[in-house]
Design a protein around this ligand. Structure first.
Ligand code: F6P
Length: 362
């Protein structure tokens, strides 16, 4: 058993609902359960690059109020500034990994718990390997694309927001006899679109894992019209390509390039091919904020407690995971390497087809 007295925790990558619930669980287990000190590292790895290192001691009393119920992360986070490929203002890139490791070592920590998605956990693992850091990972991502866990914190809340959006769009679609296109996040995976599309009664779901043709989408909308339906709901994942194969991206102020805008393209093409009046909603970051659902709070609590127990056992370089109704842990290397897109032959695609939902592929 390692002699642990003081651990660090950070949130990294894009935020999501449920991070504060995970921090709360870690703090309770570490302090109440083991009598350790917990140091929060602010802004992910950026906090370890800052001098002095940007930290916040975490106490149980901090979590007495409403933090369990809140979105965001009280520690802050970043999904920019990979320390191995750090962008400088002149456009060049340098390796700042040794500075991050030095920042970590300055804190005198015995272990680090990192809450992240595939990209940020991969970076944390490389830092841990290089710097001899005792690391345990907790999976979070609204994109739900991390391998070796059936659950990542934030996904359930994002699906709830996207489902609510369809619930809000359906009455106005029916009132105006329109086709409503809803574009949702998910990065390269279509998990949010698929789950929320089924739960929210979409007629068409377009995901990057299943190539579509606009004439098939148009045929589905025409068939609904012939059946007497005056509206349709079309769910589009942000990474779906145009039908000429081009990806639609946005350059954000500051230069970051993100997915965004395919919904407008699909809406225009539906309008051209069917004559329907279309309206587009790009849901964006509302999927990341908001109150975590009970499911996300529960999983965040389970993962936080288990992550601390792993540290206590000295089981490092592992990620906590959910599998077959149990909390387990898996090698971090396998988790970050095991990217999980939507399975086009999987149960949810089968369910959607069984409901008559079109993927635009036939
Ligand atoms: O990975 C989470 C995610 O929300 C993706 O679904 C989305 O493509 C991306 O982050 C948006 O990133 P940003 O917060 O930089 O706009």
């Amino acid at each position: 058993m390692p002699n642990i007295r003081r651990i660090g925790i950070l949130t990294s990558g894009g935020d999501c609902a449920g991070l504060n619930a995970a921090l709360r669980a870690v703090v309770h287990r570490a302090i109440d359960g083991y009598g350790w000190e917990v140091i929060g590292i602010r802004q992910g790895t950026a906090g370890l690059l800052a001098r002095p290192v940007d930290t916040q001691p975490l106490e149980v009393s901090l979590f007495d109020g409403n933090l369990l119920r809140t979105g965001g992360t009280i520690l802050g986070t970043t999904n920019r500034g990979d320390p191995f490929d750090y962008p400088l203002p002149d456009g060049s890139r340098i390796d700042r990994s040794e500075e991050v490791i030095d920042g970590y070592l300055q804190l005198g920590l015995d272990a680090l718990i990192g809450i992240g998605g595939d990209g940020s956990l991969d970076i944390l693992r490389r830092l841990a390997q290089q710097g001899g850091i005792n690391l345990v990972g907790i999976p979070k991502t609204i994109d739900n694309d991390l391998g070796h866990t059936e659950v990542s914190i934030g996904y359930a809340s994002a699906v709830t927001v996207a489902t609510d959006a369809l619930d809000h769009l359906q009455p106005t679609a029916a009132s105006h006899s329109r086709v409503m296109v809803l574009e949702v996040m998910g990065r390269d995976a279509g998990h949010i679109a698929l789950s929320a599309g089924i739960a929210g009664g979409a007629d068409v779901i377009l995901i990057p894992e299943i190539p579509y043709r606009i004439d098939h989408v148009a045929a589905k909308i025409d068939s609904l019209k012939h059946e007497g339906r005056n509206f349709a709901l079309v769910m589009v994942a942000e990474a779906v390509k145009r039908d000429d194969g081009e990806t639609v991206t946005q350059t954000q102020p500051g230069g970051a390039v993100t997915y965004g805008g395919i919904g407008h393209y699909i809406g225009e093409r539906i309008s051209e091919t069917t004559g329907a009046e279309t309206r587009i909603t790009v849901l964006g970051h509302v999927q990341r904020g908001g109150m975590p659902t009970p499911r996300d709070r529960l999983m965040a609590s389970v993962f936080g407690v288990h992550a601390v127990d792993l540290v206590a056992r000295g089981a490092f370089d592992r990620m906590v995971a959910w599998s077959s109704r149990k909390v387990v842990d898996v090698p971090l290397a396998e988790a970050v390497a095991g990217y999980r897109a939507v399975d086009p032959d999987g149960a949810l695609v089968h369910t959607a087809r069984g409901l008559g939902i079109s993927f635009g592929d036939r």
